[in-house]
Design a protein around this ligand. Sequence first.
Ligand code: DER
Length: 230
Amino acid sequence: ADAAALKRQAAEAAFADLEEGINLGIGTGSTAEAFIRVLGEHVRAGFKVAGVATSQRTDRLCRELGIPMRTLDELPILDVTVDGADEVDGKLRLIKGGGGALLREKIVAHASAKMIVIADETKRVETLGAFPLPIEVNGFGLTATFLSIRRIAETMGLSGEIILRKVGDDPFITDSGHLILDASFGRIPDPEAMSAALHAVPGIVEHGLFIGMCSEAVLAGPNGVERLKS
Ligand code: DER
């Protein structure tokens, strides 16, 4: 099955778990978009739901497809968030942020009783970190923040490129007006320590390590759909 088919299989499997009438956080990225299209079909067939988007891009697509959308301020307590991931390890720790929406994704996931991650099984890893870790940073004092991240990596015996994400020649700007540094550490043996160290740096707004947030991963592969539960 091709990548698009696997994304749709994971999306349909996740949708099957959803009860009618829930307050639903809706993720960002190509797998999340496959889920949005599945959700849109069911909404058109009468499925009741109130959606809260994790990005302007997701909000636009949901509204185009007729999914009733609310803001997180209108619905600050969500039942479930369905979102993609760049990597999932055996403890359901995630790297997210490939799509540049990690801050709002993490805020929405944190406001949700459950977080279901949907992905094709190639996202399943033994150790997080092959995918460059997205780090959302304030533009003020960027070089100082960069140096802090490099120092943290060095104390953990890690090294690798830390680059400013760009769109063409311009820096990528997130929905919340921040910049993103992508840190290629190769592997992150202690994600909890890395998360805590990054959170201690004032110029870092948030990072793409999601620890203790994912309740279930729905992974689609050539042999069907596998569910990993925490
Ligand atoms: O940016 C994100 O966090 C996305 O969810 C990303 O992690 C997964 O995007 P994909 O479904 O397009 O691979």
